[in-house]
Design a protein around this ligand. Structure first.
Ligand code: FEO
Length: 633
């Protein structure tokens, strides 16, 4: 029997997607057929080993996206050669395209999709056949549908000539083209690329074979996501953003993520800045967050117009910058990744082995032609491997997280194009919650950069500084030295409003003592990073917590944890709170105060029930007054 005859069945190729709970997944299938027209039903057969199979069994819904002859190989690699059990295949897709059954369909490289609901399953031992009614069907383009034969002839990579030279026997995977070298094909072989077994391998009839290297099908792949549409044009010189003639801003705005590092609110968004230096050699400085890959590569490619990136500079490993590293490597396989002695262990732990590395030391230089990069280590600003890159000709320092801030860039990229007052609070909040813990290291970094002539500061988040360098340096120095301003932050946690009423009385005492900047926060309502930002700014900190059983109001725990973790200096503290039946709030705050070595400047006030007795009212009022007077000095 010649099973190759089966390849002559007129198969198509499709992406089969499903959604179960919050999990989206998809795989490549070739067995889709319409089985009845009334009712309108199709059948699809899916291997039981596929994660998509299991999810469809659970969800009972799926979509079939019909691939076209323009589909590149990376789409098959993406959906067919990796498992949704270990990879979120939709993680890097910017836009969601969902059908009526809430399942994603593939808008790119497809001409139609069918949205389906399973009505019957048939067990076929290795596979399950799903019979489904069609809930919706849409045509997306007029491109020709892809057949399995077309895939075999025109899309699947051919074994490369340079691996066919050793004279040994070789076996090729008929599905993906991977080549196995050996006199015998093991029974338990599993293709390392597409995971198919021995039945999909056939012997290559060649005169010579390679030594050991497999045919890597990834060399034609693009980092583009099949969920996103094709870019239709390339940015011209006027549309690109230039810091200088040959240095470009290629960063992106994130207005979608709600929580930075999944715990700090982003009401104004955030930018992930990246820079491209085009010279005899091309250097890309700090990539961006993976969700913005397509927009990012569009900008990079618009500038480069076909040129390749020679160096990828990694100032910082944190994934808000580095999570596109693997995609950049796929796009520019010959790029050399530049980091310091601490860069690569975490980077490879995140993204796997990196072959082409260049480790630079403190002060080392790297010539790009007329531009020369120089590297300076700034450990712990924000991670141990953090460094900054100084370009000697333009005198621009690419400062990494330092001098960065929250807040997407609203059209203006440079400091002189915006109202700085809008960005200052978000900068300080970023500082207080990200850099503040290592304020001394930040100060050292500023001092280190003080020896350089700097014309522009280009951080990894927020504005590029070219006109107000003294302003931003002054702010960072003030925050790093922790020079508090006159003001009192009052934060309370209250279950039934009594501790909240106490906070109002404390605030009256502080205000009447002459403090104009009195900030009152309900810790259950305002996210902690905002409160920490004001604590960083102001000298007085008064914390009130009601009892919760024998402990304190639970939402207060995160704030006092952050205070003791970040240890803001130059603060004057006091505490208060309601007792419920036997207390617990003030008592627990006292433990945190002791552990964090808070400078308590007033005796704690604990109130039974509501602050409705004159004595309690006076004690709370005086608490605010005493702290205020201490703040005023
Ligand atoms: Fe913006 Fe520490 O990463």
């Amino acid at each position: 029997m010649n099973t190759n005859a089966l390849f002559n069945i007129g198969y198509g190729l499709y992406v089969l997607t499903t959604r179960h709970g919050e999990i989206d997944n998809g795989c490549i299938v070739n067995t889709v057929m319409q089985v009845t027209s009334s009712p309108l039903q199709i059948a699809v057969s899916v291997n039981k080993n596929n994660y998509t199979h299991d999810l469809i069994k659970e969800s009972g819904v799926f979509n079939v996206s019909m691939l076209t002859t323009e589909t590149p190989m990376f789409v098959f690699e993406h959906f067919g050669f990796q498992s949704g059990r270990t990879v979120n295949k939709f993680a890097t897709c910017e836009a969601e395209h969902r059908a009526v059954n809430q399942v994603l369909y593939i808008p790119k490289y497809t001409n139609s999709y069918l949205a389906c609901r399973v009505v019957r399953t048939i067990d076929l031992e290795t596979h399950t056949m799903f019979i489904a009614e069609i809930m919706d069907a849409q045509v997306l383009s007029d491109k020709a549908s892809l057949t399995y034969d077309y895939y075999q002839q025109h899309i699947k990579p051919k074994p490369q000539a340079d691996v066919v030279k050793s004279g040994k026997r070789c076996w090729v995977c008929k599905v993906c083209g991977y080549v196995y070298e050996g006199d015998f094909l093991p029974d338990d072989i599993e293709c390392p690329l597409c995971k198919h077994g021995k039945e999909e391998f056939e012997e290559m009839i060649v005169e010579t074979c390679s030594s050991s290297a497999p045919v890597m099908t990834g060399q034609n792949q693009s980092a583009e996501c099949a969920l996103n549409f094709n870019n239709t044009f390339s940015l011209n010189n006027m549309q690109q953003i230039q810091l200088t003639e040959n240095i470009f801003y290629v960063g992106v705005n994130d207005r979608h993520t709600e929580l930075f590092e999944n715990h700090m609110e982003l009401p104004n968004g955030v930018s992930y800045n990246s820079y491209l230096i085009v010279d005899e050699k091309v250097a890309l400085i700090d990539p961006v967050e993976a969700n913005f890959l397509e927009d990012y590569l569009f900008k990079v490619k618009s500038v480069l117009q076909g040129r390749k990136v020679d160096y990828l500079i990694i100032n910082h490993d944190e994934p808000d910058h580095s999570s596109t590293v693997a995609a950049v490597l796929r796009e520019y396989p010959e790029v050399q990744v530049v980091g310091n002695a601490k860069t690569f262990a975490p980077l490879e732990a995140f993204y796997g082995p990196i072959e082409n590395k260049k480790v630079v030391a403190e002060g080392e230089t790297l010539s790009l032609g007329t531009h020369t990069l120089q590297f300076f280590m700034v450990p712990m600003v924000h991670w141990p491997e953090s460094m900054v890159t100084y370009e000697q000709t333009s005198k621009i320092v690419f400062s990494n997280d330092a001098f960065g801030g929250f807040g997407a860039l609203n059209g203006g990229i440079f400091d002189d194009q915006v109202n700085l007052a809008f960005y200052e609070d978000d900068m300080r909040r970023y500082y207080a919650n990200i850099v503040g813990k290592v304020a001394m290291q930040a100060l050292k970094a500023i001092e280190k950069l003080g020896g350089l002539e700097i014309k522009m500061i280009a951080p990894s988040h927020g504005l590029v500084w070219r006109s107000n360098l003294a302003w931003v340096l002054g702010k960072y120095t003030q925050w790093s030295k922790q020079e508090s301003e006159e003001g009192v932050v009052i934060v309370y946690g209250s279950m039934h409003g009594n501790t909240a009423r106490m906070a109002e009385i404390v605030a009256r005492g502080a205000a009447e003592a002459g403090i104009k900047e009195v900030k009152v926060y309900d810790v259950a309502k305002t996210e902690v990073s905002f409160i920490m930002s004001d604590i960083w700014k102001y000298k007085g900190v008064i914390i009130g917590a009601c009892a919760h059983y024998a402990n304190m109001f639970p939402n207060m725990t995160l704030l006092v944890h952050e205070i003791n973790e970040f240890k803001p200096k130059d603060k004057l503290y006091a505490t208060f709170g309601g007792m419920s039946w036997s207390g617990g709030g003030v008592k627990t705050l006292a433990k945190y105060a002791e552990e964090g070595k808070w400078n308590l400047v007033a005796e704690s006030v604990e109130v039974k029930g509501a602050p409705i007795r004159e004595e309690d009212w006076n004690r709370l009022y005086n608490l605010g007054k005493v702290v205020a007077e201490a703040v005023k000095g």
